[in-house]
Ligand binder design. Sequence first.
Ligand code: AMP
Length: 398
Amino acid sequence: MKILVINCGSSSLKFQLIDSESEAVLGKGLCERIGIDGSVISFTPAGGDKIVKEEPMPDHNKAIALVIEALTDPATGVVKELSEIDAVGHRIVHGGEAFTKSVIIDDQVIRAIEEVSDLAPLHNPANLIGVRACEKAMPGVPMVAVFDTAFHQTMPEEAYLYGLPYRYYEQYKVRRYGFHGTSHAYVSARAAEIIGKPYDSLKTIVCHLGNGASVSAVKNGRCIDTSMGLTPLEGLIMGTRSGDIDPSVIDYISGKEHKDLKGVMTVLNKESGVYGLSGDISSDFRDLEAGYNKKDPGAIRAIHCFAYHVTKYVGAYAAAMNGVDCICFTAGVGENSPLVRKYVVERLGYLGAKLDEAANESRGKEVTISTPDSAVRIMVVPTNEELAIARDTAALVK
Ligand code: AMP
């Protein structure tokens, strides 16, 4: 089956066409600046060169039309007819408590996604715009919703409840949901495959370290805890997000800097994390590592703080699972930063973890970075959220 995977944001749309049998990417691309002047679509057919076109995209319907045009272009496209696309898999950020797994999209599913949209007001409405635009352009083609939150729905109450009045949970569903679920699920399952042990027999900690970052504890194939919360702001220090702080900081800074609540939340989401800690050098670890190598104190500080917080979560989740068999690093930083991985693993001696320094130098590849006598297997497992979405979509529409 040929599965079109769509990840639709408010002004951007990423797409991949995947052959579900061979799991090959037939083509992929990105629409940027939808609804803004200077819209651009880029498309790369498998084995071909990237094609970049500036085209007005006043809305997502036009963006989807251009995606279809790119996929079916007689010269550079990857399918002859639109009818060759068997199904569409959509990334949906928040499924609330309503969705514990991927589902075929129908009117009832759309209503349920709308109902949880106030939990992700920036993301879910944008995701649904993508669903509607595809429905219009490809009537009758089955669509599947794959939720970032679904994998974490197996968390027990003790892990997902906050120490708040219980009625906030009952009335408003205030709780930990967790995100990057597709990645945590894919990586933990792939790790079991690599190790050659049943998924449901392992205790795995997945460190998804990208611009957004989260850690999860996966025990016997089920997520039992994760670091992001009601929103992706909680947990690790991230590119520009603060991660965990004392909530009183909000009130304190609001007074000191004469900012309203929205203003402080903008700081926590967009001006904090390694970007803020570094003294505004960059949120990108490539820049921070360059600064680190030049002994820039801001870059050193940001990298140390980031890695320290990952180490703390690994320790917490080893405790939560009463042990750990396998620790996986994934996403942009996890796959490409030997420095961050080294700082995390060198503090895990109490778990019997031993780093293979030479193997740790590898970037972007599946590799074991622990020594053969390490008590914990430590691996780099590149994530592939698009493939995970295509797999779920193919399984549901078959
Ligand atoms: P992601 O959100 O998973 O796409 O990760 C994006 C982040 O990964 C970037 O902002 C960088 O901080 C980091 N990254 C990507 N490539 C590298 C690299 N070669 N070395 C260090 N960090 C990298």
